[in-house]
Design a protein around this ligand. Structure first.
Ligand code: HEM
Length: 654
């Protein structure tokens, strides 16, 4: 008997093997037998490895196959055959006209074949789907949506509006970037470029940072570090290879090659949209004009938040500066800030600006031989901003204690172990971040020195106000609106007031923003003029004509300096300080992008133009700028911002 069984088994096994061979030689051929093209399937697995890949999402794989195999082709998920259609008429036929025959959606492989109570609406079919759809639709009637609107708006304002952002963000970005977890973008412009290579200025990128849902990174803690730094790649975005944990920190925090130059080079390599990591913070870099315009202007409501410094708390608080504030809080700060730059406010400050300009040019005259224009312009812009923004009337040009501190903050590398910690572990709570910040403040650091100096300046100004000093500066606009922190229950809802902390941080922002940008811009401009004597001559002619016509300089008359206006814009186009290049064909618009675009456009733009025009009038009426052997090439340094290391020229008396 056992012999008989052995005999049967002996025959059955090869038969089974043969049957399997026949079966598997036929599976994965169903599509081919229908003459459908498609990628070659592997035995048993079909095209599973490609369509389940983590590094290249399925829809990108399908997109590439569509290009290769045409508007209708097939592939296999294991042994499940799929047909991919990209012909509009056919899609319409399938989804609309023939819906009854094609109404069933492909199910997840683990889903039961028959509908049951567990079947979700996305996978349900036939009558079961109709029932679920009827109930589901009730939640989305216009009336139901009106009822939920307040909640949606509230969530969106609070910055955690995953769903809201997903729905509202414009389509292109949605498809490309935001498949699931991205909750919002922050716009953060650091676009600078290089003089040595003017045509490439156009490629300077805009950086958008993506913020990921904090909760999800917390819950996925187990495999978090094995997956970090892969979010961008999983969305099909190219970019430089990130190091584990550190991402691309070493490159973007380098002092020798400022961040925006690194980004410019990556843009050339990876194209108009790519990603990189600052520690574990993913950034997306965009250099496409239409998209930037969409982000900064048209979709400002969705992309209005600018990337924050790694140590900045995640939620707005009284310490949040206007440059980093968001939503309603930003609007409040912007309203107060704007009061400082109205034409009337600028007229009030004009005498101070003119006085500082005269002093700096006098000082240039005292120095013989070569001069570093950057040094002088830094003295000038710092003098102006200290006097008009901070009420420091007795500050001395060329003896300003703020100068070294500000220079140091803006030109030194941002590398700091505590900052790096925050970049490596972005999920750290704000409380821990605040503790780290307190720790950092014990280590000698220029930023903390600046903070304590600023505190003293504000206290001094408050005292002067009490004793009746009637000078009106920007700071007074803030101090007029001051209330004690304890008086404000919900700080961000206090419409017409600023807490003392808010005032403090706005002053620091004005100081840093007002000092660095304008002095760099002027230094670049003189470098430009020394290399283009023909442009300089035309400018001098305009200056002479202007001064012949106007005995005294008046703010409103400065608009007549049309050629000067164009030169300032053109030099900013060559050396963008914080904005965007454009395509060579967009040149006229590009020139206007140096101060940003949309509602978050530079707040100090009018002051910057005013300062530049006044000092240029003074300078060019007395000197001609000539290049020396040390003028070229210009060396760019910095970390977040890019500055010329120095701009050496000779001033020849006219
Ligand atoms: C040539 C000089 C300057 C240039 C090229 C420049 C450029 C910029 C750029 C590109 C932005 C970002 C705009 C955006 O995100 O779209 C910005 C923002 C800002 N700038 Fe300027 N800036 C200059 C001078 C100044 C001055 C003199 C001040 C103030 C005293 C100032 C204060 C600010 C502030 C407060 C913001 C943030 C505005 C907000 O977020 O609402 N800037 N600047």
């Amino acid at each position: 008997m056992s012999c008989c069984w052995h005999f049967i088994l002996l025959l059955a096994l090869p038969a089974l093997f043969l049957a399997l061979c026949v079966y598997y030689s036929r599976v994965n051929r169903k599509l081919a037998s229908r003459r459908l093209p498609g990628p070659q399937p592997e035995l048993l697995f079909g095209n599973l490895r490609e369509v389940w890949s983590y590094d290249k999402p399925r829809s990108l794989v399908l997109r590439d196959w569509s290009k290769k195999y045409g508007k209708i082709y097939g592939f296999y998920e294991g042994q499940r055959p799929f047909i991919v259609v990209s012909d509009y008429a056919m899609i319409n036929e399938i989804l609309v006209k023939q819906h009854k025959n094609f109404g069933a959606r492909a199910r997840f492989i683990m889903q039961e074949r028959k509908d049951g109570p567990d079947t979700k609406i996305t996978e349900a079919r036939g009558h079961h789907w109709k029932r679920l759809r009827t109930f589901g639709s009730m939640a989305f009637t216009p009336k139901a949506l009106r009822n939920t609107f307040a909640t949606v708006e509230d969530s969106a304002t609070r910055d955690s509006a995953l769903d809201y952002a997903l729905v509202r963000c414009f389509r292109f970005a949605t498809i490309l970037l935001m498949s699931q977890k991205m909750i919002c973008f922050e716009v953060f412009a650091t676009v600078k470029s290089q003089i040595e290579n003017p045509p490439n200025v156009h490629d300077a990128p805009l950086v958008i940072k993506c913020v990921w849902n904090e909760e999800s990174s917390g819950t996925q803690h187990n495999n978090y570090y094995s997956r970090v730094n892969r979010k961008l790649a999983s969305r099909g975005l190219p970019g430089p290879s990130p190091e584990l944990l550190f991402g691309n920190l070493r490159e973007v925090w380098s002092y020798d090659k400022p961040r925006s130059l690194v980004l410019r080079d990556w843009s050339k390599k990876y194209g108009k949209i790519y990603g990189f990591y600052e520690g574990q913070r993913p950034f997306i870099v965009v250099s496409d004009f239409a998209m930037i315009n969409e982000i900064l202007v048209k979709q400002h409501e969705n992309f209005g938040a600018r990337a924050r410094f790694v140590m900045q708390e995640r939620k707005d608080g009284p310490d949040t500066k206007i440059t980093e504030a968001r939503g309603h809080h930003w609007k409040r700060l912007r309203t107060f800030g704007s009061m400082a730059f109205t034409p009337k406010a600028l007229r009030n400050t004009f005498a101070t600006v003119e006085d500082s300009a005269t002093r700096v040019v006098d000082e240039m005259e005292r120095r013989q031989g070569e001069v570093d224009m950057l040094e002088y312009f830094q003295e000038y812009t710092l003098d102006v901003i200290c006097k008009i923004a901070l009420g420091m009337r007795d500050v001395q040009m060329f003896n300003n204690e703020y100068l070294d501190v500000c220079r140091d903050i803006l030109s030194r590398p941002i590398r700091h172990p505590i900052f790096a910690l925050s970049a490596l572990f972005p999920a750290l709570g704000d409380a821990i971040r605040a503790e780290l910040m307190a720790l950092a403040s014990r280590i000698p650091n220029k930023f903390f020195k600046l903070m304590s100096m600023m505190q003293q300046t504000i206290e001094k100004r408050k005292f002067e106000r009490q004793i009746g000093d009637s000078e009106r500066d920007f700071i007074d606009i803030f101090l007029d609106a001051e209330i004690d922190d304890s008086e404000v229950e919900e700080r961000h809802n206090s419409e017409r007031k600023l807490s003392s902390n808010e005032i403090f941080f706005q002053c620091i922002t004005f100081l840093l923003a007002g000092f660095d940008t304008t002095s760099n811009s002027l230094a670049y401009l003189t470098h430009f003029l020394s290399n283009h004597p023909d442009v300089q001559q035309k400018l001098i002619d305009e200056v002479d004509a202007f001064l012949a016509e106007n005995e005294t300089i008046e703010v409103d008359k400065l608009a007549d300096l049309k050629y000067m206006d164009a030169v300032i814009k053109e030099s900013l186009r060559h050396y963008p300080l914080g904005s965007v290049w454009l395509e060579p064909t967009d040149r006229p618009r590009a020139a206007f992008q140096s101060f940003g675009e949309g509602p978050r456009i530079c707040l100090g733009m009018r002051l910057a133009y005013l300062e530049e025009k006044v000092v240029l009038l003074k300078l060019l009426s007395r000197f001609r700028i000539e290049k020396t052997t040390s003028t070229n090439p210009i060396k760019l340094v910095g970390s977040i911002t890019v500055s010329p290391e120095r701009v050496m020229v000779k001033l020849m008396k006219r």
